[in-house]
Design a protein around this ligand. Sequence first.
Ligand SMILES: Nc1ncnc2c1ncn2[C@@H]1O[C@H](COP(=O)(O)OP(=O)(O)OP(=O)(O)O)[C@@H](O)[C@H]1O
Ligand SMILES: [Mg+2]
Length: 262
Amino acid sequence: MISVRNLSKSFGANAVLKDISFDVAKGKTAVLLGKSGSGKSTMLRCLNLLEHWDSGHVEIAGAALGRTKQSGGDWRRWNAREEAEARQRIGMVFQQFNLFPHMTVLQNVMCGPKRILGKDEAASKKIALALLDQVGLAEKQGAYPAFLSGGQQQRVAIARALAMEPTVLLLDEITSALDPELVGEVLEVVRDLKRRGLTMVCVTHEIHFAEDVADQVIFMEDGLVVEEGPPESILANPGTERLRKFLTRFHAQNRGGSRVAA
Ligand SMILES: Nc1ncnc2c1ncn2[C@@H]1O[C@H](COP(=O)(O)OP(=O)(O)OP(=O)(O)O)[C@@H](O)[C@H]1O
Ligand SMILES: [Mg+2]
């Protein structure tokens, strides 16, 4: 479903992504794991065209992302309208939920189908209510975001992304801003999406998140994919010194048990 080939990106002299390649199969959940500054968010932002990469190639569902091959064989970068259209199909949820504070929960989830997909009021409401039910928040439809807990707000943000019927969903540190006791309810929503067969790429620096939801872990450091594989094999038996060190440091910092309420 997602194919990244030899993707590189610099901010000025800072080479943030260096020849990154990976694939995510349809219906699978990949977790990009790595310490702060390793380039995880930048990689995710490239997949949503919030950043432009310098070289490399990305395909989503078999079609090139961000550029079109012209009859002469040259590639033309998409214009803003083409990027915006593609972004509708690539959902993204952030650490800070970014809900519209002046809209109710229901309005937050309805506004995409209504304003962007052009569905009528009744159809948009039906979609939004079904999604709020799916994330366990149907009874909060009339509330404003400020009156919800962080975990509830994040579940609304996920419902809002799903309302656009994305082919892939990108999640950037979606549990990092939450109190530990609220992490479990958001993870449960992610597990449910997994069961429903949505293709997801999640970014985290928390090993527990990777252990919990990943089919595939992609460990990044200094803009490189250092190691990749199923969580049960690479997290239990890291094949590189760099991943081994990362895991040791993480466990040392989190001595005393799991932060994730599973
Ligand atoms: N818009 C930008 N302009 C300049 N430099 C940037 C920009 N965005 C990110 N960077 C730099 O790119 C590098 C990677 O940042 P990125 O946010 O991708 O890391 P990350 O792995 O997501 O880290 P964290 O776990 O802290 O979120 C950092 O050195 C950062 O300073
Ligand atoms: Mg980040």
